[in-house]
Design a protein around this ligand. Structure first.
Ligand code: HPA
Length: 246
């Protein structure tokens, strides 16, 4: 089977410029509705799927996203590879606002989210091997697309997934740092695990939009994050356009 790529857009990426849409896929799944219809289209003649995880316009908060419906719908559309875009806070010194990161590990601090397809209603129970939550092969493709458009990516690092929608306390971030987290976001899980359960290749392309709580004297404001989002998302769009054509 040929690879088929989907982009899951995060905060700041509810539309994919340059995507000429040719098909809208189901929103209804056995697990409920997706955040929005899955868009199927083309960038420079190459087929691509796009799903904004917060809906379009952005309205679904991280803890209420129907991650199972979203992943199910992508799988059902024939998607094999997912590039998930995430806005994150930076914890360790290298993770400065504006950095683009391809994490290679994650720690899940979320709770109360529907986090598995194997809940008794679907197929025989399978304990997936999640030792390596992100696909090294797909990460390699993303890295060479970034290199081709002269964008520097930080490869490796641990993504800590928190519940939100509030930001963390400084003590929570200190604990996460002691745990080994480099970046913090609210949407990395259970999305990555569900994609793995569906046997899809999955990577996170994380954009650092602020220093995490306690890592800066400055107040954490949405305006400040928005500035980084605007700059960062146009860089991410260039990487995606290149990735689609590779
Ligand atoms: N914490 C959690 N999620 C985030 C942050 C943060 O500091 N910034 C962007 N998403």
């Amino acid at each position: 089977m040929t690879a088929s790529l989907a982009i899951i857009g995060g905060t700041g990426l509810t539309e994919l410029a340059g995507l000429s849409v040719c098909n809208l896929h189901e929103t209804e799944t056995p697990f409920g509705k997706t955040s929005s219809p899955v868009l199927e289209g083309e960038i420079d003649g190459v087929r691509l799927f796009f799903l904004p995880r917060h809906g379009h316009p952005h309205k679904v908060p991280p803890h209420l996203i129907n991650y199972r419906a979203n992943i199910w719908a992508l799988k059902n559309s024939g998607v094999t590879d997912i590039l998930a875009v995430n806005a994150v806070g930076g914890i360790t010194p290298e993770m400065v606002p504006g950095a683009l990161v391809l994490p290679d590990q994650l720690i899940d601090y979320t709770y109360g989210r529907e986090h598995t397809f194997f809940d008794g209603s679907f197929a025989p129970l399978h304990h997936i091997d999640f030792s390596q939550p992100y696909s090294a092969a797909l990460a390699e493709r993303v890295l060479s697309a970034a290199n081709a458009v002269q964008e520097r990516l930080i490869t490796g690092g641990t993504y800590g997934a928190t519940q939100g929608p509030r930001l963390e306390t400084a003590a929570e971030i200190s604990r996460m740092e002691r745990d080994g987290c480099d970046i913090v976001g609210m949407t990395g899980m259970p999305e990555a695990a569900l994609a793995c359960e569906m046997d899809m290749r999955y990577v996170s392309l994380s954009l650092v939009v602020n220093w995490a709580a306690g890592k800066t004297e400055d107040e954490l404001t949405l305006e400040m994050m928005q500035v980084q989002l605007n700059i960062g998302m146009s860089r991410i769009r260039a990487i995606i356009a290149r990735l689609a054509c590779d």
